[in-house]
Design a protein around this ligand. Structure first.
Ligand SMILES: [Zn+2]
Ligand SMILES: [Zn+2]
Length: 244
């Protein structure tokens, strides 16, 4: 994989996906411009909010996962990097994004047995040819040495776009969309990687499938967080508040 990318770099020298600076896929200045999520977050789902204890979503609908954290807000340079990986086949961007998750993982103190990625539907894989979250999980695996089980989670069906849905609608939309492999997950602590998390509805559905398959604990890491809490409402990075 590295050799392949090196050859591509020689043929097509990279430029920063965000500012077009020559020589790198994602330059240090653009990485430094990201709005890293630190400070007050829900201890369970990791959504940024100003408050004590669990956020209103986790209190009203306790998730099956044991913790989710995200590296930075889904804005500007990070949005361009994820779009580059997801829609423009810039697969080498999985390396800097995987590095962010390896750093984030090191901060958590979680003990995990294996890592996997949120699977995309067959429709998306045929359109794109790859699963962007799996590309990030592979980079994460190479950096941390944590065993990668690519098929621990399976997607049973395509889910409709979550845009404009409330949390409850998002949870219903993602429910039963996934199944997990008993043989890989039984008695294990599983880390699930995704590119972007908004309301955590997808990770809730993945965690439920993993626990149904016997997983002991489930954690989630995403590169970007597209939603935050403002005055009790789920607010998207560039949309109006969504009524819970
Ligand atoms: Zn840049
Ligand atoms: Zn929460």
């Amino acid at each position: 994989m590295h050799v392949g990318w090196a050859a591509l770099d020689w043929l097509f020298p990279p430029s920063c996906v965000s500012c077009q600076k020559a020589g790198v896929d994602f330059c240090d200045e653009c990485k430094a411009s990201l709005q890293i999520i630190e400070g007050s977050v829900c201890p369970l789902c990791g959504i940024p909010y100003q408050g004590q204890g669990l956020c209103v979503f986790c209190r009203q609908s306790p998730p099956a996962f044991d913790g989710v954290r995200s590296w930075a807000l889904y804005e500007d340079a990070l949005r361009k990097a994820i779009h580059g990986l997801k829609y423009y086949s810039r697969l080498s961007l999985s390396l800097p994004l995987g590095e962010m998750l390896a750093d984030l993982f090191a901060q958590q103190g979680w003990q995990v047995d294996l890592v996997t990625a949120v699977p995309v539907s067959g429709v998306r894989r045929r359109e794109r040819g790859y699963n962007q979250s799996l590309m990030i999980a592979r980079a994460f695996h190479r950096l941390t040495g944590i065993p990668l089980k690519e098929r621990a989670l399976l997607r049973l069906r395509h889910t409709a776009s979550q845009v404009g849905l409330t949390l409850e609608q998002r949870i219903a939309n993602a429910a039963d969309a996934f199944a997990a492999q008993h043989a890989l997950c039984e008695g294990k602590t599983v880390l699930v990687i995704d590119d972007v998390c908004t309301s955590s509805a997808t990770l809730r559905a993945c965690a439920q499938a993993l626990k149904d398959a016997g997983a002991l604990r489930v954690y989630g890491l995403t590169v970007a967080r597209a939603g935050f809490m403002r005055e009790g409402l789920l607010t998207l990075a560039d949309e109006l508040p969504v009524l819970p």
